[in-house]
Design a protein around this ligand. Structure first.
Ligand SMILES: NC(=O)C1=CN([C@@H]2O[C@H](COP(=O)(O)OP(=O)(O)OC[C@H]3O[C@@H](n4cnc5c(N)ncnc54)[C@H](O)[C@@H]3O)[C@@H](O)[C@H]2O)C=CC1
Ligand SMILES: O=C([O-])CC(=O)C(=O)O
Length: 314
């Protein structure tokens, strides 16, 4: 009997916004041989130049992925995942919310154009202010909420992990951290649910040290904005976006903190906010509801209220 060979096509990821985060994400996706990448940007020449540079780098890195740079949305047609990094980054002295109006108009435009050509895609939002932009992208796209996800929790958890590792002088590999809430000043690193090889950090570090690391995590983005003086972090953000894209493309059912649509979990409704979710080829497969103390839940609700305020402003 003749063997039937299935017509496999390479997965296709579109990254809209060929800036620092977008360019670095495209590089990670291609280098890991995960998918073909289309980099799309409003600036003429920028995505083409970056794509050409990346293609030449990857001749050396030895992979088979195609990288296209374009200003034409037709090239993004039938993408499996669309990552939105288009928008302004903040500068020193600004809060992420200061980007609300300008980035909202960019999100509206790019999401409409991209989803019209890839109606089956999973949408991963990176643009700030993250939770509000994810909500807006969901509304504009008309997609089921499970197919719209915001990236921030993986980054915030990694920052908490890094600071704990620095404090204890150990490898980050042995540390697991939980960070919930919005990607802003009221994000909620949870020491009680953050562990070193299963031991809560509350048993390993003083209250003073934990409070200091929690505060540094909350200000993790601003600390880098201040140091860079022109733009915000992009190595860790692109690494965080990469693992989420990989969980979707490879259908890994990974559990990551991400901005997801809540329908009563944690007592919250009709909002996108950072919670642990299971991620696979269909997007958010499950929202995981952790048992929180009264104080933790109150802090989570305060974070949600601040996101809601910005949604109302829009
Ligand atoms: N969610 C998170 O944890 C993080 C979010 N961010 C956010 O990601 C966004 C991008 O950051 P960077 O890459 O550092 O900024 P960047 O300035 O390097 O890149 C942004 C890109 O978006 C493009 N762009 C602007 N308007 C566009 C439009 N209408 N259509 C297509 N492309 C457009 C620009 O031309 C530029 O190439 C910012 O809003 C930043 O705050 C950054 C790091 C972490
Ligand atoms: O701080 C910023 O504006 C960029 C960002 O969201 C982060 O690095 O956490």
């Amino acid at each position: 009997m003749p063997t039937q060979i299935k017509d496999y096509r390479s997965p296709k990821v579109t990254v809209i916004g060929a800036g620092n985060v977008g360019g670095m994400l495209a590089q990670r996706i291609a280098k890991q041989n995960l998918a073909d990448v289309v980099l799309c940007d409003v600036v003429q020449g920028k995505p083409q130049g970056i794509a050409l540079d990346l293609a030449q780098a990857h001749t050396i890195s030895n992979h088979d992925r195609q990288i296209i740079g374009t200003n034409d949305y037709n090239d993004t047609k039938d993408s499996d995942v669309i990552v939105i990094t288009a928008g302004l980054p903040r500068k020193e002295g600004m809060s992420r919310n200061d980007l609300l109006k300008i980035n909202a108009s960019i999100i509206k435009e790019v999401v409409q154009k991209a989803i019209a050509l890839s109606p089956n895609a999973i949408l991963l939002i990176v643009t700030n202010p993250l939770d509000v932009m994810t909500y807006l992208a969901w509304q504009v796209s008309g997609l089921p909420p499970q197919r719209v996800i915001g990236m921030a929790g993986v980054l915030d958890a990694a920052r908490f992990q890094t600071f704990i590792a620095m404090e204890l002088g150990i490898s980050t590999a042995d540390i697991y951290t939980t960070v919930l809430g919005g990607h802003g000043d009221l994000m909620l690193p949870l020491p009680r649910l953050s562990t070193v090889n299963g031991v809560p950090i509350t048993e390993l570090l003083s209250e003073e040290a934990i409070a200091r690391l929690v505060e540094r995590t909350r200000n993790g983005g601003a600390e880098i904005v201040k140091l860079l003086q022109n733009g915000s972090a992009y190595f860790a953000p692109s690494a965080a976006a990469y693992v989420m894209v990989e969980a979707i493309i490879s259908d890994r059912h990974r559990i990551y903190p991400a901005a997801a649509h809540l329908t009563g979990e944690y007592g919250l409704k009709d909002i996108f906010m950072g919670v642990p979710v299971q991620i696979g080829r269909q997007g958010v497969e499950k929202v995981i509801e952790l048992k929180l103390t009264e104080d933790e839940l109150a802090a989570l609700h305060a974070s949600a209220a601040s996101i809601q305020k910005s949604i109302d402003l829009l």
